[in-house]
Design a protein. Structure first.
Length: 146
């Protein structure tokens, strides 16, 4: 990540240098040094930026996204026969739509693998995160009814 990539990351999130520093646990001065190319952006900061961006993309309104899921163990490649369906793929306009669908699917089938990805295949929600979020939503809905 060079100075321009860092600045693009910050602009994509719509944050200033102070907020960027706070999100990364660093000072505004550190951010200024990277953006003015006084110091290179450390690899650890680059990885932190990637994770912050991924979590930013978990906002309900972010989209379009694609839901990928399997409701049983994925067979080994050598055991696949013609016609086996390994993953289901559903496009959704945003995360909220995809999350609602996962909750709905979880009521009728046992989801074994489930992801929400961007159009380029970048994972936004991994299976454990997604299943945890859906469980939280189910509990909140049940508490609201009670």
């Amino acid at each position: 990540m060079d100075q321009w990539d860092f600045k693009k990351w910050r602009k994509k999130l719509g944050i200033n240098q102070v907020v960027a520093g706070e999100m990364l646990g660093l000072s505004r001065a550190a951010v200024q040094h990277w953006e003015s190319d006084i110091r290179p952006v450390p690899r650890s900061v680059e990885l932190a930026c990637q994770e912050v961006l991924r979590r930013w993309k978990q906002r309900p309104e972010f989209g379009p996204v694609t839901l990928l899921y399997a409701h049983g163990p994925i067979p080994q490649a050598d055991t696949l026969s013609r016609g086996d369906l390994v993953l289901q793929r559903e496009p959704h306009p945003n995360n909220e739509s995809a999350l609602s669908r996962v909750v709905q699917l979880g009521e009728t089938i046992n989801l074994f693998v489930v992801f929400i990805v961007e159009d380029d295949g970048t994972v936004i929600w991994s299976s454990p995160e997604l299943l945890h979020e859906c469980d939280s939503r189910k509990r909140a809905r049940q508490e609201k009814r009670a």
